[in-house]
Each structure stands twice: as C-alpha cells, then as structure tokens.
Write a protein that binds this ligand. Structure first.
Ligand SMILES: Nc1ncnc2c1ncn2[C@@H]1O[C@H](COP(=O)(O)OP(=O)(O)OP(=O)(O)O)[C@@H](O)[C@H]1O
Length: 235
C-alpha cells in the first residue's frame, strides 16, 4: 500500500475535526476524498503530508511513518494545498528551480523542462506566476508537486475555480498522473469524481461514512447518482 492510515484523530479543543479514520490507497488508482465543508478533508490531507501533527493515530506513506520518519515519508509525497499557494513575483522556472533545489534534484534544468512539458506549461514558461491565469497557476502547482517524481500525490481541490476548458485539461492531467502514482484528490464536484476517481471516501463531521470503489458504492446504493448518495450519507 502506498498510503496506510490507522485510527487517525485530530481534535481542536473539543471539536473532533478528524475522528478515528482508517483507510488505504493503492498505486495506479485515484482516490476521491469527498465531504461537505468542514468535514475534515483538508485536515486529513495536512496530516498525511506532515504539515499538521495528529492528536493520535498513524499514517504511513510508502511504508514510512509520516510522523516518526517524516523526512523519508515526505520524499514520496507531492502535495498541492488548497488555493495553490505560490510566489507571484517569481518566474515559473525560477520557482520550479527553487522547489527542485530543496529536493536536491540532480540535473535540475532538464527535470524542470520535462515537468513543464508534462503539465502543459510550455507556452507560459517564461512568465511571472502572478501574470498567469488560474488554470496555468494550477499547472505550476502540479509541476511543483511532481518535480521530485513522488509515488503519492495529494491534491486539495485542484480544480476549484477553473473554467470548463481548464477543468477538462487539468482533470486529464491528473488522470494521466494517476496511471502510475497513488493520487488522493479532494473535490466538491461529483461530475469530476465520476470522470476520474476509482475509489471514494466520503467524510462527514470528521468521520468516514463511506470507503469503497466508485462501482461498489453505486452498487450498494442501487445505482443512485453520486450526488444522491453523497446527500444521503452527509445529510
Ligand atoms: N486551525 C484550526 N483551528 C480550529 N479549528 C479548525 C482549524 N482548522 C480546521 N478547523 C476546523 O476543523 C473542521 C474541519 O476542517 P477542514 O478544513 O479539514 O474541512 P474540509 O472538509 O477540508 O472543508 P472544505 O470543504 O470547506 O475545505 C472545520 O470545522 C474547521 O473549522
């Protein structure tokens, strides 16, 4: 398993933002992480990427504990946080070079060219990040997440706010990345889940209320639409 989560909790004072969740994720599959606002998706993703300490529980990435062996575990993770935090004053390649150096990537200029091509940034590669459209900024976010060729990609609402054309392009890109990697993606767009996800986890008020393949979930709920299943489980 490339991601293994066991009995993970995160409490903020009395609030259980994440309440005893356990799941596994496999390579070559895209896991959709769903739930209403405040369900605990981002909190879980932040814990999985080592940005937030859990109250208790365990999470392993590629067999390494993200809490006790964080440096090793983080080598296997690419993370695109919610709202794609980037440096608007940096040029695209300057930023990717900065990120690449933190990973001590050998032959970095060649890797940057490769990643720029892979995410479709070629036409905008000489611009400052602040000048890019939202879709191209997402591509920069994805480029920085994959530059060290991680086996696990964690993408927090990577398509929010994109226009329909950009949305299709970014989804296709995520789908392509998902053929070789383990991808976890959080989204509120059910159509997107149907289009790219193999497996689904639905969270509600910190708890996991579904954990199945998309097919399995639909079968269990008599082929209802994912939207109806979501509403039934999170009402
Ligand atoms: N630093 C914090 N301090 C206190 N409460 C927090 C903190 N971060 C998150 N929370 C709370 O934890 C709960 C889960 O938040 P989280 O951001 O993980 O939800 P989410 O499922 O990602 O929501 P959204 O879909 O809106 O992004 C929310 O009730 C939120 O207010």
């Amino acid at each position: 398993m490339s991601i293994s989560v066991k009995n993970l909790f995160k409490h903020y004072d009395k609030q259980k933002a994440v309440d005893a969740i356990s799941f596994e994720a496999r390579p070559g599959r895209i896991l959709g992480f769903l739930g209403p606002n405040g369900a605990g998706k981002s909190t879980t993703m932040r814990m999985l990427t080592g940005y937030l300490a859990p109250t208790s529980g365990e999470a392993e990435i590629a067999g390494k504990s993200i809490f006790s062996d964080a440096i090793e575990a983080k080598k296997h993770i690419g993370y695109l946080p919610e709202n794609t935090p980037l440096y608007p004053d940096m040029y695209v390649k300057e930023f990717l070079s900065f990120v690449g150096q933190t990973y001590k990537i050998v032959n970095l200029p060649a890797r940057i060219d490769e990643v720029v091509k892979m995410v479709g940034l070629t036409p905008e590669q000489h611009k400052k990040i602040g000048m890019l459209s939202k879709g191209y900024r997402q591509r920069v976010g994805l480029a920085q997440a994959i530059i060290h060729n991680p086996s696990v990609l964690i993408l927090d609402e990577p398509t929010s706010g994109l226009d329909p054309n950009q949305l299709v392009d970014i989804r296709q890109l995520i789908k392509t990345l998902g053929t070789a990697k383990t991808v976890v993606i959080s989204t509120h767009i059910m159509q997107e889940v149907e289009a790219i996800c193999d497996d689904i986890i639905i969270m509600n008020k910190g708890k996991m209320v579904a954990n199945d393949s998309l097919e399995g979930l639909k079968k269990m709920h008599q082929q209802q639409s994912l939207e109806d299943i979501f509403r039934k489980l999170t009402a």
